[in-house]
Design a protein around this ligand. Structure first.
Ligand code: SF4
Length: 279
């Protein structure tokens, strides 16, 4: 299968794009339509990317060598990825509830990886890792008209594994705190992944979040996400609605908490249009 960058060459939409539009359409426009240069990269994004790289390294080793790698290898993957983030052209900017100190962040990442590694090693019995960072591109249909959309839903599944006859899609998360009941109930990502898994022939696949918290004392939260066909229809209705709004050029700003950490705040307000001089 093509890699994610190749899939993004065609007309597409991703869960992250849908979330961005729902949070603030102007932010979507600046990021995906105008390609405006952000002023910084939020630390949680950079941290999450590095944490994902470390967990992907763990499961790739399990897939290729049939045994869990030592914690040191996972820590090294995290540090390498974090270093790449530090060396990128964009400066990192911490959120209010994040430590800004790089050393403290690396220590926190290392502590979180120890919590993850301890759990993962104990839970590999009978598990076959089938895919790590599996890209997907699946069709979307307007549930109200039955018309298949030109754009594909694209993304990548962090982990696909099989235990006995049951297949499971696992999404890794690093989070400031435990996921709330509302996040678990309404997040669109597991619905999108279930839809993708079914389209890829995985049948009635289970989607699980493996969340490691950055709280003072890190902990692991494992959540099975219950989604059904009604949720899938609703997700497609949302995705199609966003695509139609984008096509129509509906990019209104939505001001609120999201503006505080917005990397496009410096270009959010376009210059005031010049008014024609009165008669
Ligand atoms: S500053 Fe606020 S309104 Fe403007 S793009 Fe960012 S999130 Fe949207």
């Amino acid at each position: 299968m093509a890699d994610l960058d190749q899939l993004r060459d065609g007309l597409h939409i991703s869960v992250s794009q849908i979330r961005t539009y729902l949070r603030c359409p102007r932010s979507f426009e600046l990021r995906y339509v105008l390609g405006a240069q952000p002023a910084f990269k939020p630390v949680p994004f950079a941290f999450g990317t590095s944490f994902h790289a470390a967990l992907a390294r763990f499961y790739l080793a399990v897939k290729e060598e049939g045994a869990p790698p030592p914690l040191q290898l996972v820590n090294d993957a995290f540090r390498d990825a974090w270093q790449r983030e530090l060396e990128s052209d964009l400066p990192l900017q911490a959120d209010d509830d994040e430590p800004a100190d790089t050393g403290a962040l690396v220590d926190k990442g290392t502590e979180m990886l120890a919590v993850f590694h301890d759990h993962a090693v104990k839970n590999l019995d009978g598990v076959k890792v089938e895919a790590v960072e599996q890209p997907f591109s699946v069709s979307l249909t307007d549930p109200d008209t039955g018309v298949e959309m030109e754009e594909k839903l694209v993304g990548a599944l962090d982990l696909v594994m099989k235990k006995g006859r049951k297949r499971q899609i696992v999404e890794h998360k690093s989070s400031a705190r435990k996921f709330s009941d509302d996040q678990i109930k309404y997040d669109i990502q597991p619905t999108a992944y279930r839809l993708a898994g079914k389209a890829m022939g995985m049948g009635d696949v289970k989607v699980t979040y493996q969340i490691v918290t950055k709280a003072k004392s890190s902990m692991l939260q494992i959540v099975d996400l219950d989604r059904n066909e009604e949720d899938e229809l609703e997700f497609q209705r949302v995705a199609v609605g966003v695509m139609r709004a984008v096509d129509a050029g509906a990019f209104m700003p939505v001001r609120g908490w999201q503006c505080r950490g917005c990397p496009h705040q410096h270009v959010c307000r376009p210059p005031r249009p010049k008014l024609a001089a009165a008669g």
